[in-house]
Design a protein around this ligand. Structure first.
Ligand code: F0G
Length: 345
C-alpha cells in the first residue's frame, strides 16, 4: 500500500536513526504549502504558507516528537517529561500514549491555551501546572531527570531538532529549491535552528541550489534575542512564545548570521492584525504566535518579487479563548424568519 508513512520513514536517509528498533508515528509531516494570494499582493512578493497546524496534534511539534519518542522508546525509556507553553506537551502526551509510555508535562499556571491543556489531559499525561513561567518549567524538567529515570523531550533533546528539520526538506522538495526567505516565529528558538539545519544539509547534498535568509520574529514583550538579554517576566498574548530565556539561543543566532537573516520583534497588536488578516483573506486560522511570521513581513517589508515561506506553526483551534474574546458576542434573535430578516436588513 502506498501513501505517506510519516516523516521518520520518508526521510530516514537524512536522519540519525542509530539504535532505532520501532518507529512511533502518527503519520505527521507532509503538511500543505498554500500559496497566499492576498498576502503576496499586499507585500509585493510571492508568499507561501506552510500549514503546520495540520499535523496530528495541530502543531509542528509532532515532527520533533515522532523522532524523540521513537529514539527514547528504542533506548528503553518508559517515561518522558517536558516543560511547555502547550504545544510540546500536547505532542509529547500523544506520542507517549502511542508508544505506551508515561508522560509528565510541566506548564505555566494559567498561561497555556485551552485546547493545548485539553489535549495533554485527554491523551493521558500527568499534567502539572507550575507557579512560574515556561523558563522555570523547563529548568524543573531538566532537574527532574536528575532525580528519576525520565527522558526529557524538549528541544534541548537533539532528536527533536532532527525531526523538525524535515520541514525544510519538504519545502525544498515541493518548491524545487529553497525559498529566498524563511519567516518563522521564535520562542525557545529550536525550530529556526532546525529549519536551518535542514536547509544546509540539503544544500550540501546538492538537493537545493540556494539557501534562504532566516527571518525570525519574537513577540515584543518576550524578545530576549532581539534585546540581547534575558527577559525575566516575558509577556505576550501569544502564550506559545512567552519565553524569556530561549534554550537554543546560540544555534538560532548562528542560523541568522550564516544566512544573513535577522531576528526582530512584532507587537501583540501587529501580531493579532496579521492573525486576523490570515483568517479573513487567506482562510487560514492559525494560533496567534504563528502569525508572528506574517506580522514581520507586513511590518518590515520584503524585497520585491522574492519567494517567501511563512511557517504557520500551530492551529487556531488551540486557542479559542483569544479568538472569542477579541470578537463581539454573536447576536441572538428569535427563531423566526421575520426576526432573522429584521436583523439582516
Ligand atoms: N509557534 C508555536 C505555535 C509554538 O508552540 C512554539 C513553541 C513556537 C512557535 C516557537 O518555536 O520554541 O522552537 O522557537 N512552543 C513551545 C512549546 C515552547 O512548549 O510548545 P520554538
Amino acid at each position: 500500500m502506498g501513501g505517506w508513512k510519516g516523516l521518520v520513514r520518508e526521510y530516514g536517509d537524512w536522519l540519525d536513526l542509530r539504535g532505532v528498533t520501532d518507529v512511533v508515528t502518527l503519520l505527521e509531516g507532509n503538511t500543505p504549502l498554500l500559496h497566499a494570494e492576498r498576502l503576496s499582493e499586499r507585500v509585493g512578493a510571492d508568499v507561501w504558507l506552510k500549514l503546520e497546524g495540520l499535523n496530528p496534534t495541530g502543531s509542528f511539534k509532532d515532527r520533533g516528537m515522532t523522532m524523540a519518542i521513537t529514539k527514547a522508546k528504542s533506548a528503553g525509556a518508559t517515561t518522558v517529561v517536558c516543560g511547555s507553553t502547550g504545544n510540546t506537551s500536547a505532542a509529547a502526551a500523544a506520542y507517549a500514549a502511542r508508544a505506551g509510555m508515561g508522560c509528565v508535562v510541566l506548564v505555566p499556571e494559567g498561561k497555556i491555551a485551552l485546547g493545548k491543556l485539553a489535549q495533554a489531559i485527554v491523551y493521558g499525561a500527568e499534567v502539572v501546572q507550575i507557579r512560574g513561567n515556561f523558563d522555570r518549567a523547563l529548568n524543573l524538567a531538566r532537574e527532574l531527570t536528575q532525580h528519576m529515570p525520565i527522558t526529557i523531550v524538549n528541544s534541548i533533546n537533539p532528536d527533536r531538532i532532527e525531526g523538525q528539520k524535515t520541514g525544510a526538506f519538504e519545502l525544498v522538495d515541493e518548491l524545487g529549491d529553497a525559498p529566498d526567505i524563511l519567516a518563522i516565529p521564535v520562542g525557545n528558538a529550536g525550530n529556526i535552528s532546525a529549519y536551518w539545519r535542514g536547509f544546509t544539509q540539503y544544500h550540501f547534498a546538492k538537493k537545493s541550489a540556494t539557501l534562504p535568509k532566516m527571518w525570525g520574529f519574537q513577540a515584543a514583550g518576550a524578545a530576549p534575542i532581539v534585546l540581547g538579554h534575558r527577559v525575566d517576566e516575558p509577556e505576550t498574548i501569544a502564550t506559545a512564545i512567552r519565553i524569556g530565556n530561549p534554550a537554543s539561543w546560540v544555534p538560532a543566532l548562528e542560523a541568522v548570521d550564516e544566512s544573513h537573516g535577522a531576528i526582530r520583534a512584532v507587537t501583540d497588536d501587529e501580531l493579532l492584525d496579521a492573525w486576523s488578516f490570515l483568517a479573513r483573506h487567506e482562510s487560514v486560522f492559525c494560533e496567534p504566535a504563528s502569525a508572528a511570521s506574517v506580522a514581520g513581513l507586513l511590518k518590515f517589508g520584503v524585497p520585491a518579487g522574492s519567494r517567501i515561506v511563512c511557517v504557520l506553526t500551530g492551529n487556531g483551534l488551540k486557542d479559542p479563548d483569544t479568538a472569542v474574546s477579541r470578537a463581539a458576542t454573536p447576536v441572538v434573535v428569535d427563531s423566526s424568519i421575520e426576526a432573522l430578516l429584521a436583523h439582516l436588513s
